[in-house]
Design a binder for this molecule. Structure first.
Ligand code: ZN
Length: 196
């Protein structure tokens, strides 16, 4: 039996056990921050400097019913999340932070079979409706997909580490001449001197 209207309007939604159909029917919104360590798979991939806690993941979810001319309304979930993750630069091997930002539209349909069929047809991801979807797990999936394949600084802040036994000889770079000294010398050789 359907709950009375007022009760439906007041029902709360749990991001970690989301009744997706109810969330979308309510056009509900949820948002918050999850501690970085609570996204276990993402945390395991990170290489933060010692004593540096992982940054929290800020997230937002929004349910939307999209009426269509014929047939059932489309059921959509908009997911947005951002995080700063610690990765190891593959060039200089130093830890650095990479901003991750996902903005995803997911469509929900009844049953795995329909989800698979539609997923092959449309560009957006299609999932089967669930009574207890773990949004954190879903956000973590998307963040993992957004990781750079080869994390690298745009410009490494430190010289590249030198393999042991291959220390270079001190570089034989001539000292740059002080430009004022050069100017002074030029003046002193100019005929007529400073004038006056
Ligand atoms: Zn680097």
């Amino acid at each position: 039996m359907a709950p009375p209207y007022t009760a439906r309007m007041k029902r709360t939604h749990d991001a970690l056990r989301l009744d997706v159909a109810a969330f979308i029917a309510d056009a509900a919104q949820l948002s918050g921050d999850w501690p970085g360590a609570s996204l276990q798979r993402l945390a395991d991939l990170q290489a933060a400097p010692q004593d540096t806690p992982l940054a929290a993941v800020a997230w937002q979810a929004l349910g939307q019913r999209l009426p269509v001319a014929a047939g059932d309304a489309e059921l959509w979930l908009h997911l947005h999340a951002s995080a700063q993750v610690w990765l190891t630069c593959q060039r200089c091997l130093q830890p650095f932070t990479v901003p991750l930002d996902i903005d995803q539209r997911l469509r929900f349909v009844r049953g795995e079979a329909q989800a698979e069929a539609l997923d092959a047809e449309i560009e957006e991801d299609v999932l089967a409706l669930s009574k207890s979807l773990d949004l954190r797990d879903l956000v973590e999936d998307e963040l993992l997909l957004a990781l750079p394949i080869v994390p690298r600084h745009d410009a490494c802040p430190q010289p590249l580490p030198v393999p042991l036994g291959e220390a270079p000889a001190p570089e034989d770079v001539p000292e740059r001449e002080n430009p004022f000294a050069a100017l002074q010398r030029l003046k002193s050789t100019t005929p007529g001197g400073a004038g006056g």
